[in-house]
Ligand binder design. Structure first.
Ligand SMILES: Nc1nc2c(ncn2[C@@H]2O[C@H](COP(=O)(O)OP(=O)(O)OP(=O)(O)O)[C@@H](O)[C@H]2O)c(=O)[nH]1
Length: 367
């Protein structure tokens, strides 16, 4: 189960594609419309011969971005949102057209603020600064080029004043973006901390603190799932009940903390014997359930005998001479048998182990 607060990867990809699509349609659309109006008013230097090839390239780039995302190729990138490259591409489009629309240059460059808005919650401060410098400096180069090649069509003094105003606005927006970027990183950290707390609470809810084994309720849910898989033929399922022998005496004789150490030692012995698919649960004080997907009954018997032997051979610093044994009952899940039934048979087998002298494994053969 995923306990993080993040979106599902498919939902996140859908959100990215929608965001890029909206940015391209809104930003690219506004840019194209504005330049088309200048074309109709004969302000677009070069006319149709420049306008159509230029916008074919700009829109070709936009479509490439979209196709790349729709194919899911962006998922392999370190920044799958691709906001920064898209902002650079859109800004380049603005700058190129700013070279040829003399009467509406500042209007075209103002669309840059819509481009920046696209990255407000995504791009880093460093990316904002790089983009702002790229835009402002390139705008200055464009004015220089226009001043050299077409000095007669522009009022250069007025153009440089507009450039100065634009640069101040870009600096202000970059400052604002830095604030937002700081808030974003703080929120990201908080989200991460929250996800960790949720994870810890979940662990505490489903796992026993002392042994690290699942608690009864969660274990029964997992057992029901395992029974379902076993009934569909995925594997044979062994369910074992295991109980420490005369545990009360250990507590009485050596103290409660020694009893706790014995429980921890038992969990370590069990863990050494469990495979990746197996799981253990602490059902009560010193009673445990093991759920073992196995290939056959003998595999389960060997595993449990190993646990019994392993526990018998443990020695305890705080109680020299103490030998702790365990009793176990094993039942193999029968075809179409319910979880409750196999649990009952394992418990009855454990009872028989206790009755017949403890420190042994009894296998239920009743089915
Ligand atoms: N140290 C410690 N003792 C616990 C814990 N939980 C339960 N117990 C003790 O475990 C003991 C269980 O005693 P009984 O149910 O009589 O079982 P037993 O002495 O093992 O006897 P048999 O199972 O018949 O061999 C009780 O004394 C509980 O107080 C725990 O977390 N730590």
């Amino acid at each position: 189960m995923d306990h993080t607060l993040a979106l599902h990867p498919a939902a996140m990809q859908g959100q990215r594609v929608r965001r890029v699509l909206f940015a391209i349609l809104a930003g690219g659309g506004a840019h194209t419309l504005l330049c088309w109006i200048t074309l109709q008013l004969d302000f677009f230097r070069g006319g149709d011969a420049v306008f159509y090839p230029l916008f074919a390239i700009i829109w070709g780039g936009h479509l490439l971005f979209l196709t790349f995302m729709l194919l899911g190729l962006n998922r392999r990138l370190s920044e799958p949102a691709m906001i920064f490259p898209l902002m650079v591409w859109s800004t380049t489009g603005l700058l190129v057209t700013a070279l040829v629309v003399d009467q509406a240059r500042l209007c075209v460059m103002m669309i840059f603020f819509a481009v920046v808005q696209l990255g407000v919650l995504q791009a880093s401060l460093r990316q904002f600064v790089v983009l702002a410098l790229y835009c402002v400096l390139s705008y200055a180069v464009i004015l220089g080029v226009v001043g050299v090649y077409w000095p007669e069509v522009v009022d250069l003094r007025g153009e440089w004043m507009q450039w100065g105003l634009f640069s101040v606005m870009v600096a202000a927006v970059t400052l604002l973006a830095s604030e937002i970027s700081a808030i974003r990183s703080l929120l990201g950290k908080r989200n991460q901390q929250l996800a960790e707390v949720v994870e810890r609470i979940h662990e505490m809810a489903v796992k026993d603190e002392l042994t690290g084994f699942y608690r009864r309720r969660h274990a029964m849910e997992l057992l029901a799932k395992a029974c379902g898989q076993a009934s569909r033929g995925a594997f044979s399922l062994a369910v074992a009940y295991v109980d420490l022998d005369h545990f009360k005496r250990i507590n009485d004789q050596y103290g409660h903390s020694c009893g706790d150490s014995v429980l921890v030692r038992f969990s370590e012995v069990v863990r050494r014997h469990l495979g990746g698919q197996d799981f253990a649960a602490r059902l009560g004080g010193e009673e445990f359930m093991l759920v073992l997907p196995v290939s056959d009954r003998d595999e389960a018997v060997n595993l449990l005998e190993g646990i019994l032997l392993g526990m018998r051979s443990q020695r305890y610093d705080e109680a020299p001479g103490l030998v702790v044994t365990v009793s176990a009952g094993l039942a193999m899940l029968d075809a179409h048998e319910s979880p409750a039934s196999v649990v009952r048979r394992a418990d009855q087998a454990l009872y028989r182990s206790k009755e017949s002298g403890r420190d042994r494994l009894t296998v239920d053969e009743s089915q």
